[in-house]
Design a protein around this ligand. Structure first.
Ligand SMILES: NC(=O)c1ccc[n+]([C@@H]2O[C@H](COP(=O)([O-])OP(=O)(O)OC[C@H]3O[C@@H](n4cnc5c(N)ncnc54)[C@H](O)[C@@H]3O)[C@@H](O)[C@H]2O)c1
Length: 357
């Protein structure tokens, strides 16, 4: 059990570091000792705005500090593996941003490094921490929904491309587009809710129809713009067959001719769950469905017993695990499984064939 005041260093000073990690650590009682960004002006601006004592341009220098216990990796996806491995080898606990890495081989190296170092590695799959996700997981575990035969995950963003020429739209730096950016959230959540079932086969489809036309630019990404490289998909669709007989259907888009929508629906043989703020309202976005005397009725659950979610909830949980108070909720091996599934979607999309294990 760690009792001293924990100190964190944050690598990358873009949007998620500024809005998520730095406030998240503070809320969890962790001191944010230093930040780093290759763009030193951005690091200085974040440090000044959020009152962080030290700044670095080279993350190796920050990692070398013996007084820092935790490292957040908030860098472009292709840097997750090398930065996490350097931090783990220096004896730090690491909370890496999603996706864990841009290849499953890299993720395996990260997991092995953490094992050898004896420190914790986790990934900010914050959607698991949403009270609605916790309520759905509890209902699945209690058997209230019975056997799940369809897990339907949709994150449709009408205008959400995070900038032409930013790392997000550059395959070398991002690994993939919408699939690795938001598909990873929805697939991780689907697998978590279903208890990480075995996958039998994957059929995937991707499209870069809108991004290439420069339609659908969103407001995320520190280096967003309207010019530059765009060689990733803006839409990914997958049909995943589970060995137990169920199906996960995934639809994610960064840009689409239609309304934005985020919807998670679980269909079981004893009940269902449906999360949609658009349909049920932001305050009570979750409904459970069950049969009463043969008639299907909807119920709004009380979510007040679940802690707050988001990146703050995810960081609070990670910090608790570092302090030895609670087990990790996001195991890196689970995020590796999800990454392997994302790679299967990519392979299937590239070949037009179903991919089996
Ligand atoms: N969990 C979530 O919901 C969520 C949301 C947004 C982003 N993310 C993830 O967080 C990570 C960062 O995303 P972002 O939106 O903050 O991106 P961003 O573009 O806003 O910030 C990335 C920062 O990294 C810096 N950087 C690049 N190379 C560097 C290097 N070698 N050394 C030091 N700094 C370097 C850039 O200058 C930039 O400031 C990505 O992996 C992304 O997928 C997660």
């Amino acid at each position: 059990m760690t009792s001293h005041t924990l100190r964190a260093g944050v690598l990358g000073c873009g949007d998620i570091a500024r809005r998520g990690h730095i406030p998240g650590y503070r809320a969890a009682g962790v001191e944010v000792a230093a930040v780093c960004d290759a763009n030193i002006d951005r690091a200085r601006a974040v440090a000044a705005d959020l009152n962080v004592p030290d700044v670095y341009a080279d993350y190796h220098e920050l990692i070398a500090r013996p007084d820092i216990d935790l490292i957040s990796v908030c860098l472009p996806n292709a840097l997750h593996a090398e930065a996490s491995i350097a931090a783990l080898q220096a004896g730090k606990h690491v909370l890496c941003e999603k996706p864990i890495a841009t290849s499953s081989a890299d993720a395996e190296r990260m997991i092995e490094t953490a094992r050898q170092a004896g420190t914790l590695l986790s990934v900010n799959q914050h959607m698991r921490f949403d009270p609605t996700a916790q309520a759905m997981r509890q209902a699945v575990c209690n058997g209230e929904l019975g056997d799940l035969y369809l897990i339907d995950m949709r994150m449709v963003r009408s205008q959400g491309i995070p900038g032409y020429g930013s790392w997000f739209t550059n395959k070398e730096l991002a690994g993939a587009g919408a699939l690795f950016d938001i598909g990873v959230h929805m697939l991780d959540l689907a697998m978590y809710l279903a208890g990480f079932p075995q996958v039998a086969a994957v059929r995937g489809f991707t499209s870069m129809a809108l991004g290439k036309q420069k339609i659908g630019l969103g407001s995320w990404g520190a280096d967003r713009g309207t010019e530059g490289r765009y060689d990733v998909e803006d839409t990914a669709i997958a049909h995943i067959t589970l060995t137990g007989g169920g199906v996960i259907r995934l639809i994610v888009t960064w840009a689409a001719f239609g309304l934005s929508e985020e919807r998670i629906t679980l269909f079981g043989d004893k009940g269902g769950a449906d999360r949609s703020a658009d349909r049920y309202g932001k305050e009570t976005p979750l409904r459970f469905y069950k049969a009463i005397n043969g008639k299907i009725e909807g119920f709004t659950p009380d979510l007040s017993c679940f802690p707050a979610g988001g990146t703050a909830g995810s960081i609070a949980s990670f910090v608790s695990a570092v302090r030895g108070k609670r087990p990790l909720l996001v195991h890196p091996e689970e995020t590796l499984t999800v990454l392997k599934m994302l790679e299967m979607i990519q392979r299937s999309a590239a070949t037009g064939q179903e991919v089996t294990l």
